[in-house]
Design a binder for this molecule. Structure first.
Ligand code: CDM
Ligand code: ATP
Length: 288
């Protein structure tokens, strides 16, 4: 095989709790991860020249070692002493620095692609282990589907598949650094924690109303006061018939869960018309 084309899918967090801050600055979390049908296209091709080259449609996305795709390829090339180079074409669609794991998912796809292109015979678990070195969300992006993520996000338990539904994604025109959000989180006794265990049970029962009622993301305590537009988009989603709406990951993207695709399209139009976000998509849950 000389070339491979892959879909790098985005995720949302249906629940996100932070339990404690570790000595190294990372946080112990308990989160419910869900893949959605919004993706970047990644094509990887073997080359004789021993270089990694990345082309992308979005000029603000780095194409050097700052790109997680580059790091994934470099890591496996070194480990397996690969002489050939890799040419990558990356068609971005997932908003960047948005809380949708865009970079992490591209990275996961690159690890998967290297394994196939160079027949490295790594198992999924072995790929996930290597992914954890590049980012907390990368192992999940290799696993995909509905999962509980613990530890710093790398300890994964597969859950029952999430109820099929429409998902509206709206990214307001602000960039939020994940590091900054975690650093500004106040882990005190007043913090309201979502009940992740209960939400796991809601998913098992396939009860969409309950899943949405139990949604919670503690990182919103940091982002909403700083960027009130996040709260305004949530309100708009609810006004237009969402069963639930919340910020994904460290934000600023807000997602809305809809049982009716027509309502989802109307919510998208309303968010755009109100000038709350330009990057608005109607997509759906993606189960493996
Ligand atoms: C917000 C989420 O996207 C939710 O899924 C993840 O928790 C973040 O995952 P990620 O972007 O893959 O995170 P990394 O690239 O590994 O880390 C970025 C920064 O986020 C902070 N970070 C990340 C994960 C974690 N469990 N605790 C943290 O404190 C650290 O300051 C780190 O420097
Ligand atoms: N393949 C990539 N696509 C987009 N950005 C990337 C990529 N690789 C590295 N980056 C860098 O990573 C930063 C964060 O982008 P990314 O889209 O991964 O964030 P995110 O959606 O917040 O992810 P997460 O949900 O994991 O926090 C960007 O500022 C960008 O410069």
């Amino acid at each position: 095989m000389e070339q491979i084309s892959l879909k790098a899918l985005a995720k949302i967090n249906l629940g996100l709790d932070v339990l404690r801050r570790r000595e190294d600055g990372y946080h112990e979390v308990s989160m419910i991860m869900q893949t959605i049908d919004l993706y970047d296209d990644l094509t990887m091709e073997k080359t004789d020249e021993p270089e990694i080259t990345i082309r992308t449609n979005w000029n603000f996305v780095p194409v050097n070692q700052d790109n997680l795709v580059y790091r994934a390829i470099a890591m496996l090339r070194e480990e397996f002493q690969i002489k050939e180079g890799v040419r990558v074409s990356l068609q971005k669609r997932i908003p960047v620095a948005a809380g949708l794991a865009g970079g992490s998912s591209d990275c996961a796809a690159a690890l998967y692609g290297m394994n196939r292109l160079f027949q490295l015979h790594l198992s999924k678990e072995e790929l996930m282990e290597r992914g954890a070195r590049l980012g907390a969300d990368v192992p999940y992006c290799i696993l995909r589907g509905t999962a509980l993520a613990e530890g710093i996000g790398e300890k994964l338990t597969v859950l029952d598949p999430m109820v099929e539904c429409s998902v509206v994604i709206a990214k307001p025109p602000i960039s939020v650094s994940t590091k900054w959000v975690y650093e500004h989180l106040k882990l005190d006794a007043d913090m309201k924690h979502p009940d992740i265990k209960k939400q796991v049970e809601d998913i098992r029962r396939g009860d969409l109303e309950a899943i949405c009622a139990d949604m919670g993301n503690v990182l919103q305590d940091v982002t909403i006061p700083e960027y009130p537009v996040i709260g305004t988009i949530k309100d708009k989603m609810m006004e237009y018939g969402a069963v639930g709406s919340m910020m994904s990951g460290s934000g600023p993207t807000v997602f809305g869960i809809f049982t009716n695709a027509g309502q989802a399209r109307k919510a998208k139009a309303a968010i755009k018309a109100a000038g709350l976000a330009k990057a608005v998509y109607v997509t759906k849950i993606f189960n493996n």
